[in-house]
Design a protein around this ligand. Structure first.
Ligand code: ISL
Ligand code: CA
Length: 541
């Protein structure tokens, strides 16, 4: 992996919710360009843009209808070129989202594929109905709906592991991979620095036989991390990516540490980094809709497993699919500010590349919506329909969806205390969180003790510490709301102490303070509520 991928900090932008400059209520590329200096000032070196391509927005851009163009809602190709040029001038690299498991059903390939004698007939996974007219197998989709839809024109079913409007591409047809290579080169030639590869572990379907009975996702065993998936990644690496100064990070749903090692093994040449999910499952039973109390013990175990399994990790606590971390893993009420800073201390003291999601750096919280009608996300809506079909009452459906909905992280970015948080002068496409007068970038920029200023400090601390960047990871404690680990590099070490509870906590360590989220310069062995501290050459007392 290139050195710059290890040393830089990544910032994820969900373009629809970042900054609207033309007043239509939808974030856009000129809006992003206008905010690049602020991201530079924060210390960001790489930006990952969630999809910016034309899309009917069944899944907000993750349903792409043209891979080599810009969604007119976001601007033009000239706006994209301007963004790339401004970023380059600031030495910020831009990484795009590569969504190649599926396209939109409005993509030209799919429209042509509906005719059996077209050149595109085998671009997607089409199968005839069963003799009784039913779908070809018993698989279920990620989005709580059927994963086969019958197309009248073609007279067959097509497979979609996500929404109906997201048909899966057929990688058994070599022409599909050729198309993918072409579109990757198109963007790399424009100067993008790599890709975040959407649901990349499930692109190859090795059989369309019925799936085993499981609680959810029937059929998973037929398409999760098949050998051909590894071959495809290797081909893309050798034939495309190797020619450029770029990197890839895979969104590897259901990855195990062993799978992660294969995917990121430099000798195999597949991906540079992967996103694992285990630490995101520490507040749920089996599926995200069944929330339970977050446990530091489970978090510590998940982190230790992944930190030690892989040579290098892609570390994150938030993205556009996950609820906001501050309320989820800590406290977004009384101890909001301390909590956000403590989680920042965690994120930047793990071994790997840190990924910050827009708004995380100011401690943005989950939405304050009160009813399903205020949501936009296809996943939340499908889930509600499914729960309704099980006759669950409305209050219970809302309770399950409210805490898990992806819209929690998709509310507009809170820039300042003016109307709509400075996100738009029009009507925002999704409601702004009512707490924007308190939580916004402008007020935090001017406050050296704000959450954002702490992020800035922490980014500098990481940049100056080889121990924090490259050191090994050893879990020391994860009991009763306390997380302690050691990072060690060339004979030097740091101890990270994190208090996940709202009470003071004696921890039995001493050392020189590198940074404390409570702003302390001396450490007396007692953590304050939700405090995070990093000690240089810390020792047990
Ligand atoms: O969001 C999830 C759980 O809430 C996951 O099941 C998610 O669907 C999965 O991680 C895949 O996510 C990616 O691909 C989806 C897209 O909707 C997500 O936004 C994207 O991150 C389909 O392209
Ligand atoms: Ca706009």
């Amino acid at each position: 992996m290139k050195q710059w991928c290890k040393d830089r900090v990544v910032y994820q932008i969900y373009p629809r919710s970042f900054q609207d400059l033309n007043g239509d209520g939808i974030g856009d590329l000129p809006g992003i360009t206008s905010r690049l200096p602020a991201l530079k000032e924060l210390g960001i070196g790489i930006i990952w843009l969630s999809p910016v391509y034309p899309s009917p927005n069944a899944d907000n851009g993750y349903d792409i209808s043209d891979y080599c163009a810009i969604n007119p809602e976001f601007g033009t190709m000239a706006d994209m070129d301007a963004l790339l040029a401004t970023a380059a001038a600031l030495d910020i690299k831009i990484v795009l989202d590569l969504v190649i498991n599926h396209t939109s059903d409005e993509h030209e390939w799919f429209q042509k594929s509906r005719e059996k004698d077209s050149d595109y007939a085998d671009y997607y996974i089409w199968r005839p109905a069963k003799p009784d007219g039913g779908p070809p197998n018993n698989w279920t989709s990620f989005f709580a709906e059927d994963c086969w839809t019958f197309d009248e024109m073609r007279g067959e079913y097509y497979l979609h592991l996500f929404a109906k409007k997201q048909p899966d591409l057929n990688y058994a047809n070599p022409k599909v991979l050729e198309e993918v290579k072409k579109l990757m080169r198109f963007w790399l030639d424009k100067g993008v620095a790599g890709f975040r590869c959407d649901v990349i572990t499930i692109i190859w379907k090795s059989s369309l036989a019925d799936g085993e009975k499981r609680l959810f996702l029937h059929g998973l065993e037929h398409y999760l991390a098949r050998p051909e998936m590894h071959e495809i990644l290797h081909t893309l690496h050798e034939e495309v990516l190797a020619d450029y100064d770029c990197f890839t990070v895979g969104e590897t749903v259901f990855a195990t540490p062993a799978m992660g090692r294969e995917l990121t093994d430099e000798a195999r040449g597949e991906l540079d980094m992967i996103f694992s999910f285990e630490h995101m499952e520490t507040d749920q039973y089996l599926v995200k809709w069944l929330k339970r109390r977050f446990s530091v013990k489970r978090l510590g175990a998940a982190l230790a497993r992944w930190q030690n399994a892989l040579e290098w990790n892609a570390n994150y606590l938030e993205n556009h699919d996950q609820p906001r971390s501050v309320g989820r893993f800590a406290n977004d009420k009384k101890h909001w500010e301390q909590s956000a800073k403590m989680l920042c201390t965690l994120l930047f003291s793990l071994r790997g590349t840190p990924f910050v999601y827009q708004g995380e750096e100011i401690g943005m919280t989950n939405f304050d919506f009160t009813a399903l009608e205020q949501l936009d996300d296809v996943e939340s809506k499908n889930m509600d329909a499914l729960l309704r079909s099980w006759h669950l009452p409305k209050w219970l459906r809302w309770r399950m969806i409210r805490k898990s909905s992806r819209d929690n992280a998709r509310t507009p970015m809170q820039w300042d205390a003016s109307d709509n948080a400075g996100f738009t002068t029009g009507t925002p496409w999704l409601g702004v969180n009512g707490n924007y007068r308190k939580i916004n970038v402008e007020s935090q920029m001017n406050d050296p003790f704000s959450v954002r200023s702490y992020y800035k400090d922490m980014i500098q601390v990481r940049a100056c510490s080889e121990t924090l960047r490259y050191g090994t990871f050893k879990l020391l404690d994860s009991k009763r709301g306390l997380l302690v680990y050691e990072r060690k590099f060339e004979g030097r070490h740091a101890i990270v102490l994190l208090n996940f509870r709202g009470r003071k906590r004696a921890v039995g360590y001493a050392g020189q303070v590198v940074i404390s989220s409570a702003g302390r310069e001396m450490f007396d062995g007692v953590l304050l509520p939700y405090e995070g501290v990093i000690l240089n050459e810390g020792v047990r007392t």
